[in-house]
Design a protein around this ligand. Sequence first.
Ligand SMILES: Cc1cc2nc3c(=O)[nH]c(=O)nc-3n(C[C@H](O)[C@H](O)[C@H](O)COP(=O)(O)OP(=O)(O)OC[C@H]3O[C@@H](n4cnc5c(N)ncnc54)[C@H](O)[C@@H]3O)c2cc1C
Length: 389
Amino acid sequence: MTIPARTDYDVVIVGGGVIGLFTAFHLSKQMDPRRILVLDRGFATGGASGRNGGGVRQQWETRATIRLARESVQIYRHFARDFGYNPWFRQGGYLFLAFSEGETRILHNMERGVQSEGLPIRYLRPDQIATVVPDLDSRSVVGATYLPTDGVILPFPVIWGLLNALRERGVEVAYRTSVDGILVNDGKVQGVVTGKGPVRAGRVVNAAGGWSREISAMAGLAPLTRPTLHEILATEPLTPFLDPMVVTLSRGTYFSQTMRGEVVGGLTMDHSASSRTGMYSSREFLVEMSREFCRLVPRLADVRILRSWSGFYDDSPDGLPILGEDPKLAGFFQANGFGGHGFMLAPSSTRQVARMVLGEKADIDPAMVSPSRFSGSSGNRSVEGLSLG
Ligand SMILES: Cc1cc2nc3c(=O)[nH]c(=O)nc-3n(C[C@H](O)[C@H](O)[C@H](O)COP(=O)(O)OP(=O)(O)OC[C@H]3O[C@@H](n4cnc5c(N)ncnc54)[C@H](O)[C@@H]3O)c2cc1C
């Protein structure tokens, strides 16, 4: 069968990463799956969904994000059973480190919010940290939070499981098919222009990750998000020594150990002054990350780095994702702005997107995530301060 098989659908989703595929999956449970088309100009896992660190955490500042993450953890816990692909979701926890009194206040504040949502988070004094990560040099650490039900997942089987489920249900997923334009008439979406011709649809979902601003621009909308390059690396495999994902508030450094023994991690670098474009890896990152490894876990000093790679975060202005119908264009739905956290928030936030696409009321406060929150003068908007790492 040629895909797309038809020239009209009810819903077209732009982007076949974890956000687009999970949105299609939730939709397919409530409408005719054959009326859904997912378009992607690349290949499965070519975007950030195949390039991330697989961290899944529920330690957040805003209630909305904690709830989305908590629901996602439940979905990932049962993913292998429900989708027939095992993403090796390992709940070894997340350890957030504070290096100053100011940072401990941030952690205490977050701890209260997370605890009030029923999650078993603990505050650790420096002398208690060794019980969680014995190899960590905690001499300059002032405090930490630890949530043992956070974890790490392998992204690829999630994408394969979703693709398999969608194909079994009859949803069309067309890779190597670009979206080059959005058809609009009288303030309403009419479909998309693809590299293979026009496709009509009354509802279009912008799930293009780091390229979502380009899709918004095609629809004549001012872009809300901004792509930022993020680098990551993996060491040679080591005997298991690290249970949780370790994160620092100051640098956004994060690292965990995979089931194969590699230590995988990254940190926040400012690439804005670089003349390089596209996805690249820099020597500066290798140096900075090596320094962080040596500072935090001295025994990593002699370990070899095997590979590094990069991808785009899709950053929103307030650290919260952008979900829902765009107020300026009927039928055009945003599902983007996930920054470095789209994989962990995908299962639950796309359930919200699917509800909105189907005209149902979302069960998340729309003021937190709606695209309309950036228009007008909503001076006391929430900001997710823990959108780091
Ligand atoms: C290095 C790195 C580490 C990360 N670590 C984590 C982590 O530990 N935990 C976590 O939760 N998240 C992490 N993230 C973020 C996470 O990977 C993303 O938020 C998530 O994968 C976004 O999924 P997506 O489907 O929106 O985007 P993508 O997976 O990027 O998919 C977007 C798709 O849109 C397609 N597209 C773009 N333009 C067009 C067009 N014109 N026509 C058709 N198709 C188009 C692209 O080909 C792409 O496949 C990390 C990201 C990076 C880069």
